[in-house]
Design a protein around this ligand. Sequence first.
Ligand code: G3I
Length: 351
Amino acid sequence: LADSLKEHFAGLFLVGSAINSEQAAQTQKDTDLVIQKQFNTVTPENELKWERIHPKLNTFDFALADQYVNFGVTQRMFTVGHTLVWHSQTPDWVFEDEQGQTLTREALLARMQKHISTVVGRYKGKIQGWDVVNEALNEDGSLRDSKWRQIIGDDFIEKAFIYAHQADPNAELYYNDYNLYKPEKSAGAAKLIASLQDKGIQIHGIGLQGHYSLTHPALNELDDALQLFTTLDIKSMITELDVSVLPFPNDAQQGADISQDFALQQALNPYPDVLPKAQQEALSQRYKEIFALFLKHHSTISRVTFWGVNDANSWRNNWPMRGRTDYPLLFDRNNQPKTAYDALMAMPLQR
Ligand code: G3I
């Protein structure tokens, strides 16, 4: 009988985790042991982002990224690079010359190429798959109006893929985005990928981030999206899976300080100490339903990566408002497996 996620789902898809430097120092060692035992793929959560790795013009800082990539390599895990071209976490200087003027298309393309060739080139043979472009689509499936697109034009996406392929012809190259279960957005992604393929550009996978909750997405929408992506000649992967159990705050609540407001705490941070049994069960059930869809589409899904190891180090505690207690992952704050873990391990599988 399998006693790890990677063994349980072996032959179906890889199972992985994000790794981050915030995984509380005193539990880092425990967390590393969970990663080594449970997973066969890792994605550094923040360390390869432009602002971290290339904070100033001509200044690269590889110290932490090297450490994380080497962890993956030493553990013989499929190591994913996240991410090369994104509208977020990219410093303003990237788009400006030294006088603060907006760069020309040619100058920004040159800067993009230098970044990609330096970063992808450094980890050639170590990072096996790259989230080349992240979150380029609006919710309606049209292209997001980012600085990349404003300055370069719609072809910033294909250029990024071309530069990445030149830098490491053996690496898998992915387009990665959230809410890809929404019909309009998944249609936009499918269209984007088909247009790259028509031009002969190398793209090998679509990443569905997978930031879910007990109520979203509707299972039929996720099923339809996964089905749509089977019609493209690429792999699908779930790249940033977590399932929030907390209510989603409304617009006015999102910025609120709930530390002194008991009513708001009850409404928005209802399980500050421990997740009650009923919600544990709801989370387990939800994970089972979602994984049933991954299994249904396993012939195109190559990987399922959780966005963190345990509940303590999940970004979901701080989004969309700070300082909550969420329970989105399979391991609790002491790195113990939750009932959701047991539920997945008990799923009958057909290979
Ligand atoms: O490490 C610093 C710390 O030194 C400082 O005191 C603190 C003050 O704010 O910030 C800490 O860095 C934060 C970091 O998370 C670690 O907690 C950054 O401000 C914060 O921006 C960063 O958030 C990350 C976010 O991306 C933005 O890069 C999250 O960890 C990470 O989970 C999240 O991941 C994204 C994916 O890249 C793309 N898809 C959506 C996903 C969730 O937003």
